[in-house]
Design a protein around this ligand. Structure first.
Ligand code: OSB
Ligand code: MG
Length: 408
């Protein structure tokens, strides 16, 4: 596989419903879509960075910069026998896992399409359907929350996750348990507490939750270990697991009993598979997280979640909860039994509606490795001078780490 052309787009889509976590409320989603191409076949990847650095340090702007200036020059025109070679080829770039993942996952899609097989087959997936859960944001009232929970249970979802924060926690869980009984229920705090809240969080033990996700700070393994010793409820880590090493350390420290895998957070599919296998080897169940992805990222998540140790329902829900219309045809749907079928067509296995992608685009840039498209501007590049791409972004300045990427 040799990527000849890499296209970046910044998109904006309104959310069907606002989504609120402990770090704020969002009404729309801005995100990057990466398209890679070889011999007329394209692969797509969605970047899960946000407009702001709240869930993670990365943003759309940092991802745009890192992909244009550092990742593209290391993949364009380079022969890879397999997409798992891409993450190691980016080792010189520290961090920026979401930027790396967007390109790496697009390359996996391209690879699978070239082989004519679904992404799940390339990744080593073993199930035909995945269990689906929902993540319900913080609401304006307990009544609003109850009506959402009721709708999602009626739709068949296999577990309900509710977002909590100080002031929206014990009372909320009490009321949901009271109204809905023994439903599969968990909470996600997005790092809103400190170890000083351990007594308070221990009150959640009374409610038989499946787990409490990321209660403490995003880089704090030691305090999560102290908290897990204190709780009967399983701790699940999300934000803290940015690398396979972090997972190894968290498991060794007893900081969690469950891990949430988001390929964007760990640098792509190859690292996700390593993380999945590490957890399987330690008897730690995993589930697939979500980042309010469009159908492009959502389809990718479904393929990954078909691997065997994804034994708990994940945050991969139907398109219509997020975007109307979504960017893919058919939209992602959940069956009455709370499962989603893994697409069987090549690659992501969904049709990307490039018309809708184009309509949602705020900014667009194309980088190319093809010698025949070298223009006078691009020629100056090979002499090591700064280049410009076709971005209408004043700060866009894709240079050529290796002198390989040239603008078309
Ligand atoms: O913590 O899992 C999270 C969304 C954005 C950022 C972080 C998280 C989430 C979700 C939503 O919980 C999951 C989804 O439905 O995509
Ligand atoms: Mg989370």
């Amino acid at each position: 596989m040799k990527i000849e052309r890499l296209e970046l787009r910044l998109l904006k889509l309104p959310l069907v419903h606002f989504f609120e976590t402990s770090f704020g409320r969002v009404h729309e989603k801005q995100f990057l879509i990466i398209r890679v191409e070889e011999d007329g076949t394209a692969g797509f990847g969605e970047c899960v960075a946000d407009a702001d650095p709240y869930y993670s340090a990365e943003t759309n702007e940092t991802a745009w910069h890192i992909i244009s200036d550092f990742i593209a020059p290391r993949v364009l025109g380079v022969g890879f026998a397999h997409p798992k070679e891409i993450f190691p080829a980016l080792k010189a770039i520290r961090g920026h896992n979401m930027a790396k993942a967007a390109v790496e996952m697009a390359a996996w899609d391209l690879y699978a399409r070239q082989r004519g097989e679904p992404l799940a087959a390339a990744l080593g997936g073993t199930r035909e359907r995945i269990g689906s859960g929902v993540s319900i944001g913080i609401q304006d009232s307990l009544r609003d929350l109850a009506s959402k929970v009721e709708n999602e249970l009626a739709a068949g979802y296999r577990r309900i996750k509710i977002k909590i924060k100080p002031g929206w926690d014990i009372e909320v869980v009490t009321s949901i348990r009271h109204q809905f009984g023994a439903i599969p229920l968990m909470v996600d705090a997005n790092a809103a507490y400190t170890i000083d809240d351990a007594d308070h969080l221990a009150r959640l033990d009374a409610f038989d939750l499946m787990m409490i996700e990321q209660p403490l700070d995003y880089d704090d393994i030691a305090d999560h270990a102290a908290l897990q010793r204190r709780l009967r409820t399983a701790v699940c880590l999300d934000e803290s697991i940015k690398t396979v090493h972090a997972a190894r350390d968290a498991i060794a420290a007893g900081a969690c009993r469950i891990i949430n895998i988001k390929p964007g957070r760990v640098g792509g599919f190859a690292e996700s598979i390593r993380l999945h296998d590490l957890c399987a080897g330690h008897g730690v169940p995993v589930w697939h997280g979500g980042m309010l992805e469009s159908g492009i990222g959502r389809a990718a998540n479904i393929h990954l979640a078909s691997l065997p140790n994804f034994s708990l329902p994940g945050d991969i829900a139907a398109s219509k909860r997020y975007f109307d219309p979504d960017l893919v045809d058919p939209p992602i749907e959940v069956a009455a039994d709370g499962t989603i079928g893994v697409p069987t067509a090549p690659g992501l296995g969904v049709t990307i509606r490039e018309d809708r992608v184009a309509r949602a685009t705020l900014r667009h840039s194309v980088l190319s490795a093809r010698a025949e498209s070298v223009t006078p501007l691009a020629l100056s590049l090979s002499k090591g001078e700064p280049a410009h791409d076709e971005a209408n972004h004043p700060n866009a300045h894709p240079s050529t780490g290796s002198g390989r990427a040239v603008s078309t």
